[in-house]
Design a protein. Structure first.
Length: 63
């Protein structure tokens, strides 16, 4: 396994953990807010990963 796949697996595990907590320990009033926070964190992490890989590839290529 390479480093990228480890981060993907960890992200999935953390995502399930964060979605489990609101569903079982929060009132229904706040479940939607918690869901959108988790989705926002996942989107930010995906974009961060995409742009860091893109910048790294551009840095490796001197053209």
């Amino acid at each position: 396994m390479n480093r990228k796949s480890i981060f993907i697996i960890l992200g999935v595990i953390i995502g399930f953990a964060l979605s489990y907590i609101p569903n079982n320990y929060m009132s229904e009033k706040y479940e939607d807010n918690a869901f959108f926070i988790v989705v926002g964190i996942a989107v930010i992490a995906a974009l961060w990963s995409y742009f860091s890989i893109k910048n790294k590839k551009q840095g490796d290529n001197p053209n």
